[in-house]
Design a protein. Structure first.
Length: 131
């Protein structure tokens, strides 16, 4: 799972190499808005990974992945990809502070933290996503 998360982060960071001028827009977004979008992006990616690896539902996994990619696409179109990349990196750092219960395996952890209810809430937030 961590490898998948790292690959997704690398894909996003790789866009900076392909589109180096996108982060140079004059209009900057409010930091708290970008932070919340970064968290939403990461949570949707982790929901996608959880559904793919542990809930064995590729269809729903793709649904969550597509929602995260729509956020990424919106930042690209606004010329704010650098801001999103920073927010995603910070969100990944905060994810490491989630408590693992004694005796809890990897699968149980991801199913608990990225429950059906949480992933659905994240998806609703993504559907309401606006700049």
């Amino acid at each position: 799972m961590r490898q998948v998360m790292e690959i997704n982060a690398l894909r996003l960071c790789g866009l900076l190499v392909v589109f180096p001028v996108l982060g140079s827009a004059n209009d900057l977004l409010a930091p708290e808005l970008v932070r919340s979008h970064g968290e939403l992006y990461v949570n949707l990616q982790l929901c996608s990974n959880t559904y793919l690896e542990y809930r064995h539902s590729p269809r729903l996994a793709k649904h969550y992945l597509n929602a995260s990619l729509e956020i990424q696409s919106a930042y690209i179109s606004q010329g704010q990809l650098n801001a999103l990349v920073d927010a995603v990196q910070n969100a990944h750092d905060r994810q490491g502070s989630i408590e693992v219960y004694a005796g809890e395996g990897r699968e149980d952890f991801y199913k608990r933290v990225f429950s059906n209810a949480r992933c659905e809430r994240e998806l609703k937030l993504a559907k309401a996503f606006r700049f």
